[in-house]
Design a protein around this ligand. Structure first.
Ligand code: ADP
Length: 393
């Protein structure tokens, strides 16, 4: 029997973190308490924390009883400061002052063993034993794949909420975190421009985006970066890179003071040996795209005549900096809207499981495994054309 006055809703954050996750947590907790009067449980560190809790509680009736007591007696901030407590009952105060804070207060994690059905069965038992009526899983495509499996196995409603800075979930126009990451990249490009201009340099900057170039494309449009290279058009060959170098040269000859090139981390090279480490005694290690491109561009300019020979090319990899920072108002608003949709789906007996999505400007619930929106591919192509037309080569 559950110790909660009403069957609770549990929420967890999984996979790569994204700004706006705290805004989502706050909205889920506050809407649950204020609008629906339903207790909300937060699970620390995604599926990993869920499993840790399951392994403690599944040892026997007594352990489950102790865990329930612990959750009930150490609510809110009190539970949060006990780091051994993986399931925390959230109250109003526990989510105070976090709306725009970067990262996720509950923590996020990767948990490879969660891909095994027998391991998920341990989590399913805990979900049932705690009387959880619905589980909200916030994360990227991997986390949502896990959520879909849990939904089938646990027999409770599971609502996925897209959180990723890559914007690579193509069933929604936008995911939580993209707007903030674009803002951060614009900030970074602005800083690079200052120094690039002072030294008449070419800066090659690598952005996140393992499978999709949306983050790089949006950031290039918003920042005015002159060139953007994304994975969608297949592997980039040496002749193509040399053509890009020639375009940069033309711009510099015509009087440009600098050039900023954005390259998404998911870009592949053909042949791939461009990106292997040069020391044959080591296992080949993949080099960052920005470094590979900068080296090729630099060699190209060294072979030129006159002043062009002295042009310097500098690489930079922003890495996890792109994941952090205060969430933008747009991300906080999207998080609140997704939370509202999640609750509507949970409280509506005629609604099933699914993922919150933004489509044609409206938030709605789409089924797990929903196909990509054709508009997303069209938008990507349009953004590429728009960026090209905005450049001044
Ligand atoms: P993201 O959610 O940001 O895309 P990952 O792809 O690393 O990040 O996935 C996060 C976690 O989701 C994994 O560590 C694992 O616990 C879970 N997960 C991913 N794919 C699956 C799957 N096919 N089945 C079950 N769980 C999965």
């Amino acid at each position: 029997m559950s110790t909660f006055p009403d069957r609770p809703v549990a929420v967890l954050f999984s996979g790569g973190d994204s700004p706006g996750m705290n805004a989502l947590l706050r909205a889920i907790a506050r809407l649950g308490l204020n609008r629906h009067g339903v207790p909300v449980l937060g699970v620390r560190e995604g599926y990993r924390g869920l499993l840790r809790a399951a392994r403690r509680a599944n040892r026997g009736e007594k352990d489950l009883f102790v865990m329930k007591q612990e959750i009930g007696s150490r609510k809110g901030r009190w539970g949060l400061i006990h780091s051994e407590q993986d399931v925390i009952q959230l109250d109003h105060a526990s989510v105070s002052g976090i709306v725009g804070a970067g990262g996720t207060m509950l923590g996020s994690a990767r948990c490879l063993e969660f891909k095994k059905p027998e391991v998920r069965a341990e989590a399913v038992k805990l979900i049932k034993d705690l009387g959880v009526r619905a589980l909200i899983v916030a994360g990227g495509d991997g986390s949502l794949a896990g959520a879909q499996l849990l939904e089938k196995e646990a027999g409770v409603k599971v609502i996925g909420v897209p959180c990723t800075i890559d914007n690579d979930l193509l069933f929604t126009q936008m995911s939580i975190g993209v707007d903030t990451a674009v803002s951060t990249l614009v900030w970074a490009v602005d800083h690079f421009k200052d120094t690039a201009r002072s030294h008449k340099r070419i800066m090659v900057m690598e952005t996140m985006g393992a499978k999709h170039g949306e983050l790089a494309r949006l950031s290039a449009i918003a920042s005015g970066a002159e060139m953007v290279i994304t994975p969608e058009n297949g592997p980039v060959t040496m002749p193509q890179i040399l053509k890009l170098a020639e375009t940069i040269k033309t711009g510099m000859v015509c009087g440009r003071s600098h050039t900023i090139v954005l390259v998404a981390e998911g870009v592949q090279f053909e042949p791939e040996h461009f990106v292997q480490g040069s020391d044959p005694s080591h296992l080949p290690t993949k080099r960052n795209r920005a470094y590979v491109l900068a080296d090729i561009f630099q060699s190209y300019f060294h072979e030129q005549e006159g002043e062009l020979k002295d042009l310097e090319v500098r690489p930079s990899v922003l890495g996890h900096l792109q994941r952090g920072g205060h969430a933008t108002p747009q991300d906080c608003i999207l998080a609140a809207r997704f939370a509202q949709q999640a609750w509507e789906a949970i409280m509506d007996p005629n609604e099933g499981s699914g993922i919150t999505a933004l489509r044609q400007g409206r938030v709605q619930l789409v089924p797990f495994g929903a196909p990509d929106m054709p508009e997303r591919a069209e938008m990507s192509a349009e953004f590429s054309r728009l960026h090209a037309s905005l450049s001044s080569w």
